[in-house]
Design a protein around this ligand. Sequence first.
Ligand code: AGP
Length: 612
Amino acid sequence: MCGIIGITSTPNYSPEGVAKLVVRALLRLEYRGYDSAGVAGIVNGEIVVRKARGKIEDVSRRLGFDKIRSYCMIGHTRWATHGVPSDRNAHPHTDCRKWFAVVHNGILENHAELRRRLERKGHVFRSDTDTEVLPHLVEDYYVVLGNVMSAFEKALGLIRGSYAFAMISVHEPDKIFFAKNKNPLVVGIGKGFNTVASDIAAIIELTRRIVVLRDGWYGYVSPHDIVIYDERGEPIDWKKYVITVEWSVEDASKSGYPHYMLKEIMEQPVALQNTLAGIRRDKAVEKAINILLNAEKIYITAAGTSYHAGLYYASLTSILSGTLVHPFIASEYELYVKTINEGDAVIAVSQSGETMDTLNAVREAKKQGAKIIAVSNVVESSIPRESDTTIYTRAGPEIGVAATKTFTSQTLALYWLSIHYALARGSINQSEAKELLREAEKAPWLIRRAIEMSKPLAEKLAAEISSAGSMYVLSRGIGVPVAMEGALKIKEIGYIHAEAYPAGESKHGPIALIEKGFPVIFIVPNDPRLVYLLMGNIEEMKSRGALTIGVLSENTCRECKLDIRIETPYADKLLVPFTHTPFIQLLSYYIAINKGYDPDKPRNLAKTVTVE
Ligand code: AGP
């Protein structure tokens, strides 16, 4: 949940040193966590550390990160787990003699015990973090072994927990040592330099050739060398693992938009286009269908926004195939995993492919003998690697903490899967499938039109309802997952309490809260029966004084008792994620802007949650 960067170069590649590159990479990593930041570099044979609480831009300017003249540097942006956000807890951390500086993502479970042991030996700690045990451990072993790699290996052997580490040392001043376990880390390959990073987006301006490290792998990079060992300490022929990422620098920058979130909302037509193009040519859907056809039960698991995409898939598959899909929230896997049997199918949805809750659910389901189908946006990430097949969305990097373009890309991929499954099991015929797939092809156009139609209204409405303390987002049937996604966006970006539930539930309790002006947003799918039922729900809210806001297809439900109509392009009800989601994304974006909050960095949140 923090960001890591390490760059080591020759003076030829980067005559002024690598500090400016490190700062740029940190800015790209800020979405990973942003309560403090720091860098360390080797300067004239010594370690220089600069770090403080605060946002990277401010801390870097104040402490002059980019003024450090070093050819071997590490950097970190933090989302606090152990130890409050503060200057002393910011990374990098060093040992007593300042021989080593370390940055870390993850949680070291046995840090307290190791710290006590080290303190008894005379080590003095200068932070409250779990991370600081590592440099002291390496120091301890170095005194005995006199070799950095051996000392690092020994220290890793004592640690329990999750980690991605990058470490520099005065003893081998052009090397960055690294290790990975349950937290993402990649090696970026350059000419005259090499890098390590927690995210591909951080190094995309330097190189597109990367090795995605696996759990238990460790090693070092120097400007000319890359050495990687596997979990047994055997050297790896890493050249076999090099991949070339398709993302461009443009993909990972704001490209003139004030925020990543807005850019990513606007990019949705292209993200859907690319996702469609990708699914059409890869074999993953075919493999997934085989797994699904052979399964007695089908589950879908995920967290947050990805879970909402999973709910959409479950509704769709019930409508198209009459098959019951069991959705479950990944962190609750213990309640479900015992019901999974050999050969059952589990679809795991995760844009990052690294969410710990989802990864745990996948691992436990595999132990039960399930086959796993991943849906992910990040090639070679942990969940795809541990799955039987992966359907990749091709939304490009998503930097804003709020999932936007990845949600609509996931729903499109799952729509595609659901249609092919319905066809394969004979629930729909060829011509019905063709018709539905033709609808899917319209998704990029529909979302473009939906953005155009809803943007000005979202901006206007945000100004009116920004001060609301609470609101409901309601729908029925296939629209409920979109309503749930809307409520999540309003909470996480707009900081307004928002609750979503199937509208029929109002009379069973929630309507008690309605009073004059209470905003209720209705996601109205384009289906006569749902429109009719929702019309009744709108009426019951209106008559109790609610401010009723309807998101609905143009020219439908003219007689609905709505205070505000947000019209979206006319489309099949099953395409509701593409027609109705942009409004609610834009509404939450503009609520944040109205309140003076940064939508890219919502408080208390980080992009990829790699802790349980
Ligand atoms: C959504 O806006 C959030 N950032 C969050 O709910 C996210 O969807 C969730 O943490 C799952 O992430 P994943 O898709 O990377 O697994």
